[in-house]
Ligand binder design. Structure first.
Ligand SMILES: *Cc1c(COP(=O)(O)O)cnc(C)c1O
Length: 371
């Protein structure tokens, strides 16, 4: 039964952010000093910070130049005996190449390398596939929704994400045998609330005050108030939110496609559809400082374009990982020409046109300066 019903995760736990959700899963899997977690260099700092906070080493894989997603050959080349988790990111809302990653971690050679240090690692017997789906709630891959594509998937409901509860996240569980996803769900729920065997409500029931603390857990539970927001958002998500965001992407496509300097993002293919979270426009043949100049000009027009993302090896906190920007050249090349256009539910046709006018004007000015 469970293997057939792939439209839904077996069990999903809501938490107070994707960051805490990812950290909770890494702790549950026993990730610590000496372990390696493979992540894309091109991601938000949360993906790497959780690995560092577990005292493990983030190992950076470069991305595909076309779609910004983690490159599967890069993953294969970076796997060592210390690799415990692969943590890909569905950048901008487009799912990664899950079939390829799923078969990679199940190949004999790679399974032989796997060296478990904890019971959960031994029970799995191979590298854990943990998906950072902070961007991709509602996206599909080969007809299946994100949340069902990896062993464990973590979503974000932060204020800037497609579906928001102001702050929030969720952990979707699809662990194989011998794991019981219901038991893991219960354990993570306890871990997310100080490791207490009872929550405040149960404790307040007559005669129920005594409880145990089974692990020094985290404070990562989703509050009821935020969950109530999520229930409203989820009801309108597919038919309303996603449709509107798709419309925004298509409007940008049509306004930029005739410019020879515009490299439009990939957000759809034969077997993938995006959740339309980020519209990462790239400008052909420009330098990083020209890109920065274009952004400054747009900001002067009141157009709040942005960059997603600065590759993690650029940051001070990642200096100790042993990776430099030159180790991930495709990420740098994507970053230096990237400008994320504003995408949000309420954006109007007039605002979209104002964005396109401002960006095009800025690009033309900057390109002419050096011509
Ligand atoms: C936003 C984001 C996160 C963190 O989400 P929070 O809910 O804010 O913790 C993690 N990964 C990526 C790629 C993100 O963009």
């Amino acid at each position: 039964m469970r293997k057939k019903s792939l439209t839904f995760a077996v069990k999903t736990l809501c938490v107070n952010s994707a960051t805490m959700g990812l950290e909770l899963v890494l702790k549950w899997f026993g990730i610590g000093h000496g372990d390696e977690v493979i992540i894309p260099a091109y991601t938000y700092c949360a993906t790497g910070n959780v690995v560092l906070r577990c005292e493990a080493r983030p190992v950076f894989a470069d991305i595909n130049s076309g779609d910004f997603l983690i490159n599967v050959n890069e993953i294969a080349n970076k796997i060592t005996r210390k690799t415990k988790v692969i943590l890909p990111v569905d950048f901008a809302g487009l799912p990664c190449d899950y079939d390829e990653v799923n078969s990679l971690i199940r190949t004999k050679e790679i399974m032989k390398k796997f060296t478990p240090n904890t019971k959960n690692q031994a029970d799995l017997g191979r590298i854990l596939l943990l998906s950072d789906a902070a961007h991709s709630f509602g996206a599909t891959y080969k007809g299946k929704k994100t949340g069902t594509l990896a062993d464990i998937t973590v979503f974000s409901f932060h204020a800037v994400k497609n579906l928001t509860t102001a702050e929030g996240g969720a952990i979707a569980l699809n662990l194989p045998d011998p794991f019981n996803n219901y038991e893991v769900y219960n354990y993570l729920g306890v871990y997310a609330l100080h490791g207490q065997t009872k929550d405040a409500l149960v404790k307040s029931i007559e005669g129920g005050w005594k409880y145990d603390v089974i692990v020094p857990g985290m404070k990562a539970n989703m509050t009821d108030i935020l969950a109530a927001m999520g229930l409203v958002e989820i009801d309108r998500y597919e038919k309303d939110t996603l449709k509107k965001l798709e419309w925004v992407f298509k409007r940008y496509d049509s306004l930029f496609s005739h410019f020879p300097w515009a490299e439009l993002p990939v957000y759809r293919s034969d077997n993938k559809s995006s959740s339309y979270h980020i519209y990462p426009l790239r400008i052909k043949d420009i330098t990083e400082s020209q890109r920065d100049e274009i952004i400054d000009k747009c900001h002067k027009d009141g157009i709040m374009v942005n960059v997603h993302f600065q590759p993690l090896p650029m940051f001070t906190a990642y200096a100790g990982t042993g990776f430099k920007l030159k180790d991930v050249p495709v990420s740098y090349e994507a970053y230096k020409r990237e400008i994320s256009l504003p995408v949000f539910y309420d954006i109007s046709e007039k605002q979209i046109k104002a964005v396109a006018t401002s960006v095009a004007h800025a690009v033309h000015t900057v390109i002419e300066q050096c011509a």
